[in-house]
Design a protein around this ligand. Sequence first.
Ligand SMILES: NC(=O)c1ccc[n+]([C@@H]2O[C@H](COP(=O)([O-])OP(=O)(O)OC[C@H]3O[C@@H](n4cnc5c(N)ncnc54)[C@H](O)[C@@H]3O)[C@@H](O)[C@H]2O)c1
Length: 267
Amino acid sequence: MTPPLAPAALPHSVTVDLGGRTVLVTGAAGGIGRACAVRLAAAGAKVRAVDRDAEGLEELAAQGAGLDGTVEPVVLDLTDLDAAEQAAAGTDILVNNAGLQLVRPIEEFPPEAFHTVLTVMLEAPFRLIRGALPHMYGQGWGRIVNLSSVHGLRASAFKSAYVSAKHGLEGLSKTAALEGAPHGVTSNCVNPGYVRTPLVQRQIADQAAAHGIPEEQVLTEVLLKDAALKRLVEPHEVAEAVAYLCTPQASFITGTSLALDGGWTAH
Ligand SMILES: NC(=O)c1ccc[n+]([C@@H]2O[C@H](COP(=O)([O-])OP(=O)(O)OC[C@H]3O[C@@H](n4cnc5c(N)ncnc54)[C@H](O)[C@@H]3O)[C@@H](O)[C@H]2O)c1
C-alpha cells in the first residue's frame, strides 16, 4: 500500500529543469563555481554570478550566452559582508562556493590570512544564507548548496584555516537544514576531493615546501594519497552533484554531506 505521505511518482532519469528559478553562485568566475553557474544556467536558471574577479566573470558571461537560462555577473568581494547579505535577497537557490587556500604549519600561519579564510568561507556563507532565507521561506521553497570539501570531514596537516572553515560550514549547513525544513528549504554540503581547478594548481608549490618533497611528487604523495580513485575530480562532475540537489528527486535530502572524494573518507 502507498504510504500516505509518499511523493508523486517521478521519472527514473534525472533531468534538471530550473526554468524561472533565480540562483546565486559565489566564486563563479573560475573552477567549480564557473562549472556550477554554467550547469545551472543550462538547466534554465537565471544565475547571479558573484566573484571579485571581474575578468573571469566576463569570460563566464560569454560562455553563458546561448544557454537556456541567463548569467548576470556581479563583481563583489565577499569580505564585504553587508553587501554579500544584500546580494542574496530574492534568490531561490544559493550555492556557497567561493574559497581560498593557504598551506602553512600553524606556527607560521599568518593570523590575518586565517581571519580572511574564515570570513570568506564561513561568515560570508552565513550572511548569504541570512539574506536568502526570507524570500525562500516566503515562497515555501529554497535550495542551499554549500561547497564544502573532504576537508569538511577530515583534516590534513598545514591547512588549519581551510579545515576549520569547512568544518564550520558543515555545522552551518546542518543548522540551516533544521531551521529550513518546515519552510521547504533544504541545505546540504557537497564534499569533493581534489578537483582540477586553479585553487589546486596554486597550492602545489606550497605543498611541496610544507612536506619537503619535489613539486612533481605532490600529486601522488599528498593530494591523491588517501583517495582510492587515483585521479582528480573534474569541475563538471561536482556541478552535476550540485544540480542534482536542486531537483525534485532530491527533495528529501537535507542536512547531509555528499562526498565526491574517490573513496577518501571510506578509510
Ligand atoms: N579545487 C579543489 O580541489 C576543491 C576541493 C574541495 C572543495 N573545494 C571548494 O570548492 C570551492 C571552489 O574552489 P575552486 O577549486 O573552484 O577554487 P578557484 O580558486 O578556482 O575559485 C574560487 C573562486 O572564489 C573567488 N573568491 C575568492 N575569494 C573571494 C572573495 N573574497 N570574494 C569573492 N570571490 C572570491 C575567486 O576569485 C575564484 O573565482 C571552494 O570553496 C573550495 O574550498 C575545492
